[in-house]
Design a protein around this ligand. Structure first.
Ligand SMILES: Cc1ncc(COP(=O)(O)O)c(C=O)c1O
Length: 411
């Protein structure tokens, strides 16, 4: 494999610094992709297309700039750690609307905290809920392939990351239910991505119900990354808090992470929230009182308005659908093509993702992400190895061009 890939995560890390522990994960996916393509000349006379990075490039609501401008005086104030009543109640109302919760189910002050994008919250939560080294090393469960912040958080917290394959055989979701009891007993934190980057599937009610029950039985925090919750094709994915609301036990042991990056195509705004278990939210806020991140007041004001508005999201979804249509027309059933239920990624089985990414760059000037760089393990032990991830974040014309190039280049 090109670039420094993941090495076995050391079993004893008590004396390692945070950076030494993170170094064990090897280079991040984008650095590895740069190394893979360095020295390969992209096809001449073709416009270079970047479909590797999952950064939405749709136009974002024009109101964002005005809303921030309206609150410009607030650049002169420190933002409160807990956010503002305006922001928290917009989030609580959105959660209740989106997940058909009985009004009042989400308490804005005890169930919600602002975060500077979901990545920040997903990383920090491990530092909050994973106990320091003890006789039995705590475990952090994460899907494999995984979003890079989960692995960094797990390793950074000093816990033992347990990568659980999320492959075609397991319905592209991790089978946490079959883990040995000994592992579950040590588990402090479990990540789930639904809708899942990169596979594009989402967990149904029964999967979530079982996983919530497992979290409660073994006393771990279930961190559900729902940052793609609004980017879906046919039907809206159910959320973990929605399932909690159908059961007893309130939001105990469950946190969900949301973001405006995908929903409102504003990855640069750095605005999201974490919601759920009131004890975990209180611990998270206490931790943040000692650390730096806060969301600026003008950003909170613009964010509140975005969470209040569902119309722009309908348009965003429609434009992703048009791109899935285009991909479906160009690729048919090649490379195991499946329309994603949610997210904006194609997860194509091209047998050798690294070779395909190199070939698409050399022959078609198209950058895509080898699946291996999103997964853990060497060679065939890495469940991402046969795949490439194609992020449909550019406009329709560029997408049509990119999927046509894939169809023409790969056999
Ligand atoms: C699965 C997943 N989670 C979280 C994030 C972080 O997004 P943000 O920090 O912009 O909310 C991303 C971004 O690409 C992602 O793909």
């Amino acid at each position: 494999m090109t670039g420094a890939g993941p090495r076995p995560v050391p079993t004893h890390t008590a004396n390692a610094t945070l950076n030494q522990r993170l170094a064990a994960l090897g280079d991040g996916p984008f650095r590895r992709l740069d190394l893979l393509l360095a020295g390969v000349t992209p096809a001449p006379n073709r416009k270079v297309l970047d479909f590797a990075l999952g950064e939405p490039r749709h136009p974002f609501p024009a109101s964002v700039a005005r809303l921030i401008q309206d609150r410009q005086a607030d650049w002169g104030r420190y933002p409160p750690m807990k956010g503002t009543a305006e922001f928290l109640s917009a989030v609580a109302s959105w959660l209740e609307r989106r997940y058909r919760l009985i009004p009042g189910t989400v308490n804005p002050t005890t169930n919600v905290a602002p975060i500077a994008g979901s990545r920040e919250g997903l990383f920090l939560i491990a530092q909050v809920v994973v106990p320091a080294q003890s006789e039995h090393r705590p475990v952090v469960l994460l899907p494999n392939p995984y979003y890079v912040a989960y692995a960094g958080a797990a390793v950074g917290s000093g816990g033992e990351p347990v990568f659980v394959p999320a492959t075609a055989e397991s319905g592209h979701l991790p089978d946490y239910f079959s883990l040995p009891r000994e592992v579950l007993e040590r588990t402090a934190l479990c990540y789930l991505c639904s809708p899942a980057n990169p596979q594009g599937v989402f967990a149904d009610a029964s999967y979530l119900r079982r996983l919530i029950a497992l979290a409660r039985e073994y006393g771990f925090i279930l961190a559900v990354d729902e940052c793609y919750a609004e980017i879906y094709d046919r039907h809206a994915p159910i959320g973990a808090l929605e399932v909690c609301a159908q059961e007893s036990g309130g939001f105990d042991n469950v946190l969900v992470f949301h973001s405006l990056s995908k929903r409102s195509s504003v990855p640069g705004l750095r605005s999201g929230f974490v919601a759920g278990d009131p004890r975990a939210i209180a611990e998270f806020l206490r931790f943040r009182a000692y650390s730096a991140p806060t969301v600026p007041l003008p950003v909170l004001a613009a964010s509140a308005a975005l969470w209040d508005d569902d119309r722009h999201v309908v348009e965003t979804r429609d434009s992703y659908r048009a791109k899935f249509d285009q991909a479906e027309r160009a690729l048919g059933n090649r490379f195991g093509f499946r329309r994603p239920d949610g997210t904006f990624f194609l997860w194509l089985n091209v047998r050798n993702g690294e070779a395909a990414a190199r070939q698409l760059w050399a022959d078609a000037a198209l950058r895509v992400m080898p699946g291996a760089y999103l997964g853990y393990g060497e060679g065939p032990d890495n469940p991402g190895a046969p795949y490439v991830r194609v992020a449909l974040v550019d406009d329709l014309a560029a997408t049509a061009d990119a999927v046509a190039r894939i169809a023409a280049t790969l056999s």
